[in-house]
Design a protein. Sequence first.
Length: 624
Amino acid sequence: MPAPENVRNLAIIAHIDHGKTTLIDSVFRAASVFREGAEVADRVMDSLDLERERGITIRSKHCTVDWRGTRINIVDTPGHADFSGEVERVLSMVDGALLLVDAVEGPMPQTRYVLMRALRRGLTPVVVLNKVDRPNADPERALYDTFDLFLELGATDEQADFPVLYGSGLHGWFVRGLEKERDGMVPLFETILECVPAPAVEPDAPFRMQVSTLAWSDYHGRIGCGRVLQGSHRVGEPLARTIAEWEDGGRSGFRTTGREESSSSHLWITRGIDREEVEEVSAGDIVWLAGFEELRVGDTLSDPSLPEPAKAPLEIEEPTVSMLFLVNDGPLAGREGTAATVRRIRARLEREARVDAALRVEEAEGSRGMKVSGRGELHLAILIEEMRREGFELCVSRPEVILRETPDGELLEPVEDLAIDVPEEHQGVVLEKVARRRGEPTAVRSHGTGLVRLEFTIPTRGLIGYRTEFLTDTRGTGILTSRFREFAPWRGEVEHRDRGAMVSLDTGAATAYALEKLQERGTLFVRPMDRVYAGMVVGESSRPGELPCNPTKRKQVTNHRSAHKEVDTVLKSARETTLDRALEWIDSDELVEVTPESVRIRKRILDATARKRAEKRTMAAVTD
């Protein structure tokens, strides 16, 4: 193990798609992490299939490189706001950060969040202006905006005097000034060694570390990851787990609420991108440790002689959106996967909650399933997609925001910062649509390239279902990003969907004859020969309200001539029902049926008569 002065621990933080994972690819190549001739995929740190497909980092990853005798531990953090809880925990393990800013887009909503967290922890980030070789890049403007952001977030004089690098993570070069000669990644490594401090640790003190992230293994149980704050530890030596909690929401400090003793069963460190099991770990390094049945983010693991926690508990932001995960009770249940029971759904969700500190799982009152709360639509959609690929069949409800109530009875709801970049010709329709969803404009900035940036605060409710509509309104040319801001007073009702649903009255295979008639009344979700059932939504009506229909109706054939006439049926392309699009589209009385092969939309109550009775009871209750 290297001495603490020969170790650097840093995180790479940025807004989504500003180039964190691509930068690490170039770091690996420059540091010769992989043997010569080895086949290495692009974005090697995005190891999950969903990360590669969506082009985002979902879970933070840890890797190491060696440069001129110094071991550099690097953590790639998620850039999407729904996974921002990972950023706070990762920053507790490091002594420095690379703040990546796109030279074209400049600071974005998530840039504000990650920078705020880094400054609060006393870090002085190295600002890396990435993609300076792209057309329309304006590194000077991006740097000025970043400096303004530092000041706005209350940076100290030392933090505001940050080092700056310019370059391209994709092409593997960085310089300290745009006029400097390009020398590959050397300036980046030299800046890290000069500007990121070595860990301030006590090598000879009793062992102590704080758990910052969690993992799960069917063989080893819960595994905690964190930086060793002091001392050293060998496998099998006794350990104490100390649990601390905030008092009075953090205003009165924290106190110890539990303590148990055990011993370590396995220790790992990271080499390159792989975990390597070791017999001993020491101060300054980032390690993985197994041995306790229960572990939580923020727990302190230490020599039993140390009675107090190492640090204050880590702050874990509360969920803002919840959904119901229900048993699939539809007619097609079990045909395309495993129709999960409540018990199996509960077990899978509890396993996820062991490693995802931002996830909340509880029994759903009065329903056959579980209530799951997370940081946003994407956070929960990723979980659903993972379960789907594991063979689960289930139904999920429309995402609903989590509301709070003040002691004096005022209703609070989650509000987000929204940034939109669109061509100027689409500015009007975006302003109109966001205003309808209770968005309030805060800034309008012109890029000088025909693009305009619109900034708003908007209730989380207003964003549910808007992203697909936004892409349609801007013809795919707009970019929309958001991040949680705060819980603020309720802004009033938000119109969710102004069009109704075409609901099947019959069960069977959809026919071209029936769909040809239905497409005149809206947009279809199904194609000829798709299996449909009573209560399934087969399309979007062009008018509000439910439109009962029979997509299985066949043409009555009476002679040879008319039998061939159906061959000439012309159908428009059906709208693809993806999981993300379905979750945005459905209303409160509808569910998304998810199987390994299909995504369908259905009514909660499948029987049309029972649905009308339930609607009348609801109307009567509202009237009373």
